[in-house]
Design a protein around this ligand. Structure first.
Ligand code: 13P
Length: 274
């Protein structure tokens, strides 16, 4: 979908990213400075009311199609839970310049980081891919590290999209309604590497949440940054149930395939896992 006018202001976007960061910390998906958030803003926006300083910046990949638009993004090494209390210390805005390889980094004079997140290559590449494929003017991406999802990603039987998805979607009716495409699984790759970036682009085409093996998750939404947060929460809740069941001798069966299909019929959900 595309957002329609009136578009949110930079102040509103900053507030929503802060609230998302707090929620991610509340659900134990952002220990220390783990995790990062970015929003693609595909309309004319002036970042200077929040980010008055500017300097040239090189983008991690060329995004010529996004020229004139930009990304609100977390700084590398910053804590997601502290964004709300001091957005200028923790966020920046990167405006894409002519040709798409360079741009302008807008930031606050009291920013507490040198550069955008170390995963910015994956963020920009997935934003660009989704914006181009789906004609979007807004797109939110979150990387977080929810405890139970990451734990399951260390267990061989979950290291694959089909088995991970079936295991997470069977515990609550909401899960399959909100994650009908399941959860993609990307085997461990070096954080921030080009391989990681390409893997994210490919898997985020088919899934709104992708588990990064032995590391974390990436989630996307073309509706809101809080919607991306919700998707992480649904997936992590499924992982908590699965973990509970593992540590309880597999006592519970979860929703049966028949029950899940009943839910999908009633809510007009198309899925391929049950
Ligand atoms: P940044 O602080 O550079 O965003 O890195 C945090 C992280 O979780 C990397 O995977």
């Amino acid at each position: 979908m595309r957002l329609s006018e009136p578009f949110p202001t930079i102040e509103t976007l900053v507030r929503l990213v802060g609230e998302a960061g707090q929620r991610l910390a509340e659900i134990e998906a952002s220990e220390g400075a783990a995790g990062n958030i970015s929003i693609y803003v595909g309309w004319d926006i002036d970042p200077r009311p929040v980010f008055p300083d500017s300097q040239p910046v090189e983008l991690p990949i060329a995004a010529p199609e996004l020229e004139g638009f930009g990304f609100l993004v977390t700084g590398s090494g910053r804590r997601l839970r502290e964004i709300a209390g001091d957005p200028g210390a923790n966020l920046a805005f990167v405006m894409v310049g002519p040709g798409g390889r360079h741009g302008t980094l807008f930031s606050s004079p009291h920013r507490l980081f040198q550069r955008p997140t170390s995963e910015f290559n994956s963020h920009v590449a997935v934003h660009r891919d989704q914006v181009m494929r789906n004609n979007l003017n807004f797109h939110a991406i979150i990387h977080a590290q929810p405890l139970h999802l990451v734990y399951l990603s260390h267990v061989p039987r979950y290291q694959e999209t089909f088995s991970m998805s079936r295991s997470l979607l069977r515990w609550q009716p909401e899960a399959i309604v909100n994650l009908p495409d399941g959860v993609g699984f990307l085997p461990f790759l070096l954080p921030g590497s080009p391989e990681m970036m390409l893997g994210n682009v490919r898997l985020m085409r088919d899934h709104r949440v992708v588990v990064w093996g032995k590391h974390g998750v990436m989630a996307r939404s073309d509706v809101s940054v809080k919607r991306a947060t919700d998707l992480i929460e649904y997936a992590e809740t499924g992982a908590r149930y699965e973990y509970l069941n593992l540590s309880n001798h597999g006592l519970a069966d979860g929703l049966t395939a028949h029950e899940l299909r009943q839910i999908c019929d009633a809510f007009h959900v198309e899925q391929k896992f049950f």
